[in-house]
Design a binder for this molecule. Structure first.
Ligand SMILES: CC(=O)N[C@H]1[C@@H](O[C@@H]2[C@H](O)[C@H](O)[C@@H](O)[C@H](O)[C@H]2O)O[C@H](CO)[C@@H](O)[C@@H]1O
Ligand SMILES: [Zn+2]
Length: 317
């Protein structure tokens, strides 16, 4: 059961598609801001019912058997959020409203992103009505009144249909929530001052892949050439913000391990982290897509998602 946030002066809202995306993308940032006394609210759009199951003794939960993976991943998410200290996490529209769409890569390159399996469920998130889904987010935005929203880019990061849909719902919901005359029954309008898309820069992934190659480690990204083009990652020049939450890198790894059906702790992903060291896992990158950048560091990037908000409603000073 989500707890309503206390009166935090600074509040972050994250919108993600499946349990585990939040920790993979922003787990260290979430832990840092909770520790800094800021409000952190997570909205997850599906329960990940169609995911793979990396734990053999849980294979009976698969969608084509007992179809119990969504409920199990709800528990994994609870445990991961407990590790990060996040107490306010909700499912869009309530648990089970939207279902994981599954994924397969479309054979036609012009589509460019994964498409769900043909026989997906009626309430698959990919087929959600955008306004209906956004209307589940509007009251959350108007209740939480966040200064910062984080979601995916238009490609959903790596092209998963639910990530793309979560991006659309988050961006459209933020726009609708800001319109005073829109659905007054859903609360008083709130215009989120800063919106970011999470991302991983080509520079950081290239450096990590080269380090693993040189160390003879297996790469978690099959077939990626560290010296070749990396179009599925963000060009360095597009990254505006780098949150150094390296002090929470271990916490992030601990939370990732709670998503045990999805992430192997003895797999190359953890090897990547072990190779880089947990602190490196705690540096998380963002693109500011709405609002004003705060002060830039020597790296030419902003270091705090809440920077540059002076004088904005809800922020002291
Ligand atoms: C990180 C993420 O978004 N995971 C999704 C994704 O999982 C992939 C999927 O199961 C694919 O079939 C596997 O080969 C791949 O290794 C997985 O990462 O898609 C799932 C189904 O929609 C989703 O539940 C999972 O959270
Ligand atoms: Zn996902």
């Amino acid at each position: 059961m989500a707890e309503t946030e206390g009166a935090h002066a600074l509040r972050l809202l994250l919108v993600h598609a499946h349990p585990d995306d939040e920790t993979i993308g922003q787990g260290a940032t979430m832990a840092k801001y909770v520790a800094d006394g800021r409000g952190v609210t997570l909205v997850t759009c599906t329960a990940g019912e169609m995911g793979e199951i990396l734990v053999p003794e849980l294979e009976h939960l698969a969608a084509d058997r007992e179809d119990g993976l969504g409920e199990h991943r709800r528990g994994e998410l609870d445990e991961a959020m407990a590790v990060l200290g996040v107490t306010d996490h909700r499912f869009l529209g309530g648990f089970g409203t939207y279902r994981d769409s599954g994924m397969k890569w479309h054979p036609d390159d012009t589509v460019g992103h994964a498409l769900p399996l043909d026989d997906i469920h009626d309430n698959a998130f990919w087929h959600a009505d955008l306004t209906e889904a956004a209307d589940h987010l509007v009251p959350v935005i108007r209740e939480v009144r966040p200064q910062v929203l984080v979601t995916y880019d238009q490609f959903g990061g790596y092209g998963h249909p639910d990530h793309i849909q979560a991006h659309r719902v988050a961006m459209y919901g933020a726009m609708l929530a800001a319109v005073p005359s829109y659905r007054r029954d859903l609360g008083e309008a709130w215009d989120i001052p800063k919106i970011y898309w999470g991302g991983l820069s080509q520079g950081r992934i290239r450096e990590a892949l080269r380090r693993m190659r040189d160390a003879g480690e297996e790469s978690p990204f099959d077939g990626l050439d560290p010296d070749g083009p990396l179009p599925m990652f963000v060009p360095d020049e597009d990254i505006t913000t780098e949150v150094d939450a390296s002090a929470y890198g271990e916490r992030k790894l601990e939370a990732l391990a709670k998503h045990a059906t999805q992430i192997k702790t003895d797999g190359p992903f953890f090897a990547l982290s072990n190779n880089q060291g947990a602190p490196a896992m705690g540096v998380e990158e963002y693109r500011l897509v709405k609002g004003r950048l705060g002060p830039l560091g020597e790296n030419g990037r902003e270091s705090d998602l809440f920077a540059g908000l002076d004088g904005v409603d809800g922020v002291g000073g």
